[in-house]
Design a binder for this molecule. Structure first.
Ligand code: PGA
Length: 253
């Protein structure tokens, strides 16, 4: 029996103009209002955050961003600071998504700096890890993900670590319709928890570990039956209010 409250976080990526975001919010709010068994986050593009904050005020839906910079303020043209995210109503921030690592050159070092600063600022980081297909086929998935976890999180104090969520997202399962089996996902999520226990001890038992990669209403229940998966980071299936609400409804541990 798991004691961690499940978290379902939607990751809209670079999708939705303002009117589409507002239409989603208005449809999703009533569908989600009875979901008291689960924490809900919508990680939207920066441009929609202020409007969504107003729409979600007083509801059980928390707002998140998809990235932030690792400095507090200054001459960093185009970047967004964690204080700005807090100011616009975010509780959560995704850090180190594989699309940013692969397309934009984000490193484990960047992920570690961002995670620290998010925590110092009072945001809840969702730190993403995951292997490519080549790494999986070489039999090195667990080793790779363990190293990413350690580099991203080692050195954090246990009380800070407890506010971290880790998202295991195998890159080959993202947006492909190809979900890891619940057993494969569980194996890696257990390895992540063991890694954290190695440097943080019992705090590892309090940390939520999400699975991400083609999660939908048809596979969420099976994933959550496992011992170490505490929720999901949902991309494509978070774009439609009805489907995302169905995932939320089924997210029981
Ligand atoms: P997907 O994306 O659900 O569309 O596979 C997940 C993610 O990249 O966070």
């Amino acid at each position: 029996m798991k004691t961690r409250t499940p978290l379902i976080a939607g990751n809209w990526k670079m999708n939705k103009l303002m009117n589409e975001a507002l239409a989603f919010a208005r449809e999703f709010k009533p569908l989600a209002q009875e979901a008291v068994h689960v924490d809900i986050a919508v990680c939207a593009p920066f441009t929609c955050l202020a409007a969504l904050r107003d729409e979600f005020r007083g509801t059980n839906i928390r707002l998140g961003a998809q990235n932030m910079f690792y400095e507090r303020q200054g001459a960093f043209t185009g970047e967004i600071s964690p204080a700005m995210l807090l100011d616009v109503g975010c509780s959560w921030v995704i850090i180190g998504h594989s699309e940013r690592r692969e397309l934009l050159g984000e490193t484990d070092g960047d992920v570690a700096r961002k995670t620290r600063l998010a925590l110092e600022t009072g945001l809840l980081p969702i730190v993403c890890v995951g292997e490519t297909l080549a790494v999986r086929e070489a039999g090195r998935a667990a080793t790779h993900v363990r190293a990413q976890t350690e580099k991203g999180l080692a050195g954090l104090a246990p009380d800070d670590l407890r506010r971290v969520t880790v998202a295991y997202e195998p890159i080959w399962a993202i947006g492909t319709g190809r979900t890891a089996t619940a057993a494969d996902a569980q194996e890696i999520c257990a390895a992540i928890r063991a890694t954290i226990a190695g440097f943080a001890g019992p705090a590892a038992g309090d940390i939520r570990i999400l699975y991400g990669g083609s999660v939908k209403s048809g596979n969420i229940a099976e994933l959550l039956k496992t011992g170490d998966i505490d929720g999901a980071l949902v991309g494509g299936a978070s774009l439609g209010a009805a489907e995302f609400a169905e995932i939320v409804r089924l997210a029981r541990v």
